[in-house]
Design a protein around this ligand. Structure first.
Ligand SMILES: [Zn+2]
Ligand SMILES: [Zn+2]
Length: 300
């Protein structure tokens, strides 16, 4: 076991934990652990710093299974501490083709971010090394049976083609990944058109009576965020959104649906939901065939 306490856990419900990094305050990313009577489910794995599986084993003695909300590396880089994972079928090719960092590269980055007291104690062996792994496909409506609790898979594709939300009606929690939040990024080439995302938000809304809170990959938000997303996507399609141009990820210019407050990432009108998008990718444009061109999948 490493000398660096990479993780900390906060209990968010009966036998349910939110896990975040403890060696830095510069990575605002979460993953989750839900323990059933037979199986404990890990939802997402963050950046691969530390050994997440060993940390989860300090919280539960049940066999661990892993499911991902989507393929992005800030939610999957730690997957390789586990033998296999479950992911929406549309995100599997992107996960397979993702570029993974080596433990040496991760060590370098983690050292930059770490509190001074931990920098020297870190070593490359503390980090998750990529390897071939089995990925089992998830489909909308699947139920993950943990024994005395069942978690429903809800397709909310948009941010990535296979973004899902895991709804636990017993805990009354939706584990929402990056599917619907204050900075929902749809400006990527492989993100879905706004029209498709809006349909998926309306589908997500069917489950809204089953939860009181959305525990996401970077934010914790109230369920009304879904309604705000539906409203804003409707405005985008009607051409009546704020259409705020501003730098997005990696400094690439993008368009946000709602105007930001002058300071930080909050919305000027105080609502929770916001979205960045490509104004050329609003409508589905008819049903197009899925083309398999045998080239590696684009990351974004
Ligand atoms: Zn993401
Ligand atoms: Zn993310």
């Amino acid at each position: 076991m490493s000398r660096v306490p990479y993780f900390k856990a906060t209990e968010i419900g009966e036998r349910a934990w939110q896990i975040e990094y403890n060696f830095t305050d510069r990575e605002h990313v979460y993953c989750y652990l839900v323990e059933g009577s037979e199986t404990a489910l890990v939802i997402d794995t963050m950046y691969g710093y530390g050994n997440l599986r060993e940390f989860c084993e300090t919280l539960t003695s049940k066999p661990l299974k892993l499911a991902n909300t989507h393929f992005h590396f800030d939610h999957t880089a730690g997957n390789f501490d586990f033998d296999c994972c479950y992911m929406h079928h549309l995100d599997i090719p992107y996960f397979y083709d993702s570029r993974t960092s080596t433990p040496a590269e991760m060590l370098e980055r983690a050292r930059e971010e770490a509190f001074d007291e931990y920098k020297d104690a870190m070593e490359a062996g503390d980090f998750c090394a990529a390897h071939d792994m089995k990925v089992y496909p998830l489909y909308d409506g699947d139920e993950l049976d943990l024994g005395d609790r069942k978690i429903t898979v809800v397709d909310v594709g948009g941010h990535s083609p296979g973004s899902v939300v895991f709804v636990d009606p017993k805990l009354r929690i939706a584990f929402s990944g990056d599917a619907c939040n204050g900075n929902t990024l749809l400006g990527f080439g492989n993100a879905l058109p706004i029209e498709t995302y809006l349909k998926n938000l309306l589908h997500f809304k069917h489950y809204q009576p089953q939860f009181d809170i959305m525990y996401g990959g970077h934010q914790v938000l109230p369920p009304v965020t879904i309604d705000e997303g539906i409203e804003l996507c409707g405005k985008i399609l009607a051409g009546t959104d704020d259409h705020e141009e501003r730098p997005g990820m990696f400094g690439i210019p993008t368009v946000y649906g709602a105007k930001h407050a002058d300071s930080g990432f909050g919305r000027a009108d105080g609502k929770n939901f916001n979205i960045s998008y490509d104004p050329k990718r609003l409508l589905e444009g008819g049903k197009e065939p899925r083309v398999i061109d045998f080239k590696p999948a684009a990351m974004f």
